[in-house]
Structure formats: structure tokens, C-alpha cells
Design a protein around this ligand. Structure first.
Ligand code: SF4
Ligand code: SF4
Length: 194
């Protein structure tokens, strides 16, 4: 776990730099939790162990709320035929992440434009809801508009970074930081309440 913490410290710093550089396009703020309301939230084993450490520090009352949410989501998932089942994160309580310092890697990078393993850039969904990058997005073509950028008066170009989940949890990272991520699956599938 110690090496994982070192990796998180490195990642936080790196992401902070990216968010600062892109600040003209970023409107993330406390209370905005759209990105925690409809997702799959891929988590590796080590990330789940870490977030459960955060869970262990919560009050019994909040833990109970999370357990109830988990049960409800798992039942809904079981009844759903969709392989794209999405849900509100069980750690979102009163519109805030109750395990913020222990949150997953995907939670830390979300909001930036990322580059996927095929080299394509991905715009965060909230751009289409008037949030991050919406000031330079062409909603019809679904791409960043050069024209809007030129008119925006923004100094830094809108850029996509290599912050896709696969890259941030890749074998290279495991090798460089001497960590093992372990299995990866949607957050909700890690809970065993039986
Ligand atoms: S990434 Fe988007 S949805 Fe999430 S906090 Fe930032 S602005 Fe809100
Ligand atoms: S762990 Fe926290 S930041 Fe991550 S999706 Fe859940 S509520 Fe949001």
C-alpha cells in the first residue's frame, strides 16, 4: 500500500498541473457531482482496498447509508439486462464524495480531456451538459471547435492528456512504482455483502 500512496502523490501532482493548465475550460467545483451520478467506475483491487480504508473511517451511520445504497444498486444491476449498467456511486452522500482522499484513480482524472489506448481524444461527457470544455465544444460535430477557441480569448489551447484509466493503471506504472493493481471491475462488483 505504501508504494500505491507514493503513486497517488505523484499522480495528484501531475493531474493538478494538467487541471491548472486547462483551468480556462474547467468548471469543477464542490457540489458538482454529475460525474459521480451515472457511471461504471472501474476500480482495481488495490484501489478498492484503499477506498475501503476510507470507508472504515466513516461514522456507523454513513457506513449504513453506503451499505443500503450498495444493496439497492446490486439488486438493480441484477435485474438489468444491460451490459452498460450505470449507477450513482454509493460513496456519493449528500451530493459529496464521503471518501474524497481515498477515491479511485478514475475519480481523480475525470474532467480532463483524455487520450485513449487507440490514440483518440475523449471529451468528458459533462462538456455536453454545459460544463468542462463546453466553451469550446461544437455540440453538433461533438468535437472541439477551433473557431470557438479563437473567439473565446483563452490563452492555453484545449488539450487532451494521457490520463485514460488504462494508461494510469498500466503494466508500465506497475513496474515503475512497484505496485500491483490486481483485477479490475466496476466498483459496485467489488462489494460482497453476503
Ligand atoms: S468533471 Fe464535470 S461533472 Fe465532474 S465535477 Fe467537474 S464539471 Fe462537474
Ligand atoms: S468515489 Fe467519490 S469521487 Fe469517486 S465516483 Fe464515488 S463519489 Fe465520486
Amino acid at each position: 500500500m505504501y508504494n500505491y500512496l507514493l503513486y497517488l502523490a505523484y499522480l495528484n501532482k501531475k493531474l493538478e498541473g494538467f487541471f491548472n493548465e486547462q483551468s480556462e475550460y474547467i468548471v469543477c467545483k464542490k457540489g458538482c457531482s454529475k460525474c459521480c451520478q451515472n457511471g461504471k467506475y472501474p476500480f482495481s483491487q488495490i484501489e478498492f482496498r484503499f477506498i475501503m480504508l476510507g470507508y472504515s473511517k466513516l461514522s456507523a451511520e454513513i457506513q449504513e447509508q453506503i451499505s443500503q445504497k450498495v444493496k439497492k444498486i446490486q439488486a438493480e444491476k441484477l435485474n438489468s439486462n444491460s451490459i452498460n449498467f450505470v449507477y450513482e456511486c454509493p460513496f456519493l452522500i449528500n451530493n459529496e464524495c464521503c471518501v474524497y482522499d481515498f477515491r479511485g484513480i478514475i475519480c481523480r482524472s475525470f474532467g480532463l480531456m483524455s487520450i485513449n489506448t487507440k490514440g483518440n481524444s475523449k471529451i468528458p461527457f459533462c462538456a455536453f451538459e454545459g460544463l468542462n470544455y463546453s466553451n469550446v465544444l461544437n455540440p453538433e460535430t461533438k468535437i472541439i471547435s477551433q473557431e470557438k477557441f479563437e473567439k473565446s480569448g483563452c490563452k492555453n489551447e484545449p488539450l487532451a492528456f494521457n490520463v485514460g484509466y488504462e494508461f494510469l493503471t498500466s503494466e508500465n506504472i506497475e513496474k515503475n512504482f512497484k505496485i500491483t493493481f490486481g483485477d479490475k471491475k466496476p466498483l459496485i462488483d467489488w462489494f460482497d455483502l453476503s
